[in-house]
Design a protein around this ligand. Structure first.
Ligand code: B1M
Length: 210
């Protein structure tokens, strides 16, 4: 019988081949895709997230764990769809207009995916109107904005303003090295996360899934 603890541990070690092998084995053993996702993969990603927050692991370890998670998701996704398993929520994620930094954004996306969210990553240098348009067309619950430059932070205010003006039911959350909770308060964003692991907690709180 497949061992979900071993799956979680292989994910934490970033051993993509082992993670794919154990996920495949768990499916063949007749385990439910939701159980494999939650008790194996998300459980492992949560541990990586907590260690990342505590500076026990660093960006490279998170990236290789996320790569292993992606490998498993390729195998698991069709099974999840067949079983009608709904994601925790849908997030539209991007780096704001004028800003080309994407390493932190990508990490946030990987952690959110690892946390069970469906993430629509719309890239870098994204204007406010595009965020709103995508949030509408995707029916997302959360708009997640990243900025690494003090000069592009004001773009976050533009997105928050545009989302409010469009009258859409959506929560906005922001992050990035120069961004703070007080800036989030100042521009009326619903949430702020200092790092990729906390972004998952905040996104869940915002949609009442915490
Ligand atoms: Co640039 N850059 N850069 N850069 N760059 C910084 C940010 C800078 C601090 C360097 C410095 O001067 N010391 C400085 C900004 C100064 C400021 O405004 N305060 C700077 C500058 C000035 C510039 C240029 C203007 C340089 C120039 O051309 N003269 C230029 C701007 C280009 C543009 O965007 N228009 C520029 C360009 C670049 C590169 C293209 C060369 C490259 C980016 C490559 C890429 O992203 N694909 C680059 C890089 C790599 C950096 C540094 C070195 C590293 C950034 C990074 O990836 N960190 C950076 C200096 C530094 O931070 N040490 C610097 C690792 C990443 C994991 O952390 O992105 O902070 P971070 O993400 C964290 C959290 O912030 C948080 O979670 C992540 C993981 O925990 N987080 C969120 C991020 N987004 C979040 C969203 C959330 C929640 C949490 O919710 C939605």
């Amino acid at each position: 019988m497949a061992d979900l603890n071993a799956l979680s541990e292989a994910l934490q070690a970033g051993d993509r081949n082992k993670v794919v092998e154990l996920t495949t084995q768990a499916i063949e053993d007749g385990m439910g895709p939701k159980e494999i996702l939650e008790q194996g993969l998300i459980a492992g990603m949560n541990i990586i997230g907590a260690k990342f927050k505590n500076n026990e692991v660093y960006v490279p370890e998170v990236l290789i764990a996320a790569r292993a998670m992606h490998g498993a998701m390729d195998v698991l996704k069709p099974k999840l769809e067949e079983a009608g398993v709904e994601p925790v929520g849908k997030v539209v994620l991007g780096t704001v207009k004028g800003d080309l930094h994407d390493i932190g954004k990508n990490l946030v996306g990987m952690m959110l995916t690892g946390g069970g969210f469906m993430v629509i990553d719309i890239g870098i240098d994204v204007p406010a109107e595009k965020f709103v348009e995508m949030a509408k067309s995707e029916g997302a619950q959360v708009l997640a904005l990243s900025a690494l430059l003090t000069t592009t932070m004001p773009q976050m205010a533009e997105v928050v303003k545009a989302a409010k003006a469009a009258g859409i039911e959506i929560k906005t959350m922001i992050g990035g090295a120069p961004v703070t909770q007080s800036y989030a308060d100042e521009i009326g964003a619903d949430g702020y996360a200092p790092d990729a692991a906390s972004a998952v907690d905040i996104a869940k709180q915002l949609i009442g899934a915490a």
